[in-house]
Design a protein around this ligand. Sequence first.
Ligand SMILES: *[C@@H]1O[C@H](CO)[C@@H](O)[C@H](O)[C@H]1NC(C)=O
Ligand SMILES: *[C@@H]1O[C@H](CO)[C@@H](O)[C@H](O)[C@H]1NC(C)=O
Ligand SMILES: *[C@@H]1O[C@H](CO)[C@@H](O)[C@H](O)[C@H]1NC(C)=O
Ligand SMILES: *[C@@H]1O[C@H](CO)[C@@H](O)[C@H](O)[C@H]1NC(C)=O
Ligand SMILES: *[C@@H]1O[C@H](CO)[C@@H](O)[C@H](O)[C@H]1NC(C)=O
Ligand SMILES: *[C@@H]1O[C@H](CO)[C@@H](O)[C@H](O)[C@H]1NC(C)=O
Ligand SMILES: *[C@@H]1O[C@H](CO)[C@@H](O)[C@H](O)[C@H]1NC(C)=O
Length: 412
Amino acid sequence: MIRLRKAKFLIIWFLTRNPTQRLLLQAFLYGPILFSLYLMFRVHQIMEQVDLKLITGSEGTVEHKYWKPNDSYNLTNYIQEFEETALIMPSGLCKQKSLLTVFVTSRLDGFKTRKVIRETWGNSTRFNYPEFIKMHGHLKGLYKPFLQSRLLLYAEHLRRENYSLYASVQIVFIVGRSNSPSSDSTLSKLQQEAGQYNDILQEDFVDTYNNLTLKSVFALKHVNNKCFNNSAYFLKTDDDCFVNVPNIIHFLLGGTIPAYQSHRKGQTRLTATKGVLMGYAFFGNKPIRYSCSKFYLPNYIYTDTMYPSYLSGSGYLMSMDVVQRLYKAAWSTRLIHFEDLFITGFCSIAAQVKPVHSPLFDLKTIHKACFIKGGVVQHDVGIAGMKDVFHRLTNNKTNCAVKRSTRILTVY
Ligand SMILES: *[C@@H]1O[C@H](CO)[C@@H](O)[C@H](O)[C@H]1NC(C)=O
Ligand SMILES: *[C@@H]1O[C@H](CO)[C@@H](O)[C@H](O)[C@H]1NC(C)=O
Ligand SMILES: *[C@@H]1O[C@H](CO)[C@@H](O)[C@H](O)[C@H]1NC(C)=O
Ligand SMILES: *[C@@H]1O[C@H](CO)[C@@H](O)[C@H](O)[C@H]1NC(C)=O
Ligand SMILES: *[C@@H]1O[C@H](CO)[C@@H](O)[C@H](O)[C@H]1NC(C)=O
Ligand SMILES: *[C@@H]1O[C@H](CO)[C@@H](O)[C@H](O)[C@H]1NC(C)=O
Ligand SMILES: *[C@@H]1O[C@H](CO)[C@@H](O)[C@H](O)[C@H]1NC(C)=O
């Protein structure tokens, strides 16, 4: 006790002796603590980067844990092209015109996440075009307004209420099924949820991480079969992502978003309405032949040393014509269990559609409200992050510095 008091006294004495010494001591005391906390926080991300960048050289001869050499890599053995196999289906899916249809890949037991998405960015009644004006309106002149020609083109997909513009946006959660009968209670909870919100689509395949390609192709199947005539665009995203719906509406209508933070190279304008396939692009990624990695790919699935360009699965946007072309191409494309690589990489080659990078899609895992304020999709936000960001965006509580640049990068 006495010793402790003495030590305390010593520290206080040091701290108050003179300003330079105080600063040095504080840096000495707190520096390593803060640094190790930061390291702990980053360990997961650093490990993945090590996996991705360094350990790519090993053989690739080890069998994959789930995708075996003798398994079928032909989609026709997993998905019926002409039969309806959905176990749960939102009634009236795409029966009405919508500007954008969003499919969120979700898990059977992802009840909490779906609830938070419905309460935040997924509530398109609340989080719609009027929020764009609230978020950015004071910067009028520093971004491009929507194009009149797009308003005409999408007149049926938009509506006006009290002088405000609203776009119809529909959000669907897609899940697979369990392969164990023990999850009956999860299933009945899911059915109840589907009945309540009419936004769940359950398909007939075993829902696992290594089956995500099937989930995304099922999404394409439904969007192609049901939404082709009524929806203009399709966005596939994951349930850990935040979608800035007001921004995406403005972008689809040909406007630009003010250049906050990461978007300072300029503002992006969408100049095409057909042939659009856009997201966060990877160029020249290499297959990971290190068998412990989550991204391990054995040679018997893919022999080449380089992947084609593709878009991150956290969010890719496409016009309806591209949905049709990619879906068609999928039947003659050899399966690979990375859904983003399969759809936006290999199927896009077969369909002759080019995946285009846009800085509006962000992959950084540290979510800052200002990235999301200036972008359209942000990866790895999490439940608490979604609530926080939504609150800060809709309450106009986030003051973000903006670059007063008028440089406009056009896409396509
Ligand atoms: C894979 O198939 C070949 C012939 O099609 C067969 O000879 C071989 O035993 C099978 N291997 C496994 C692990 O099932
Ligand atoms: C969505 O927003 C509307 C309008 O603010 C609100 O009435 C509704 O309860 C919200 N829905 C959810 C699921 O939070
Ligand atoms: C939003 O915040 C900005 C300052 O960041 C302010 O100039 C603007 O008037 C606010 N808009 C609304 C609708 O409150
Ligand atoms: C439109 O205005 C009316 C009357 O002021 C109001 O009751 C209604 O909630 C408004 N609708 C929207 C979508 O803001
Ligand atoms: C993927 O789904 C198919 C069809 O339901 C199933 O047979 C297979 O075991 C699943 N594969 C994985 C890796 O989960
Ligand atoms: C879309 O429109 C075409 C031509 O009018 C029609 O043949 C087709 O059945 C429609 N598709 C759907 C899903 O309604
Ligand atoms: C899958 O099988 C179908 C018919 O059995 C065939 O037309 C298609 O080309 C095959 N796909 C691949 C990738 O080999």
